[in-house]
Design a protein around this ligand. Sequence first.
Ligand SMILES: O=C(O)CCC(=O)C(=O)O
Ligand SMILES: [Fe+2]
Length: 146
Amino acid sequence: MAADLGLEQPERLLEKFAGVPQTMRVSPCRQAGKVIGFSPHTDVCAMTLLLHVNNVQGLQIRRNDGKWLVVDRLDGALVISIGGTFEILSNGRYRSIEHRAMVHPDKERISVAMFHCVPAQRSALCQSSWRAALRHGTSRWATWNL
Ligand SMILES: O=C(O)CCC(=O)C(=O)O
Ligand SMILES: [Fe+2]
């Protein structure tokens, strides 16, 4: 992805978007068909790595036709999603997908995410950089300094 974005120093991507881990536990609910664990959203960070820890499926992504598609759980596999930061920095070349997570009627659901984000204290500067990225396209990203 870094190469595709035309970065002169692809390894700098790792430095800029440090990972913040978070564990999510969603309690079972008998009325699972009527409630949502995580409401529809797109992640704001650059990239999310998600691991479904126990054997309880629940993640769904919204397809272009508006229908929800179940993301099958694969043992030990990470689900990697693009966040809004990357969508902006790539001028929409990489799209942040809308997703949600459903609850299970009788099993707790546990997932662990690593959100790769711009550090919060730098966000004001980032917002002006995003605007620059939008104006000038991805080539500006190569010289984007935090
Ligand atoms: O637990 C999941 O499957 C998704 C969680 C999620 O979308 C999030 O925390 O942003
Ligand atoms: Fe999410």
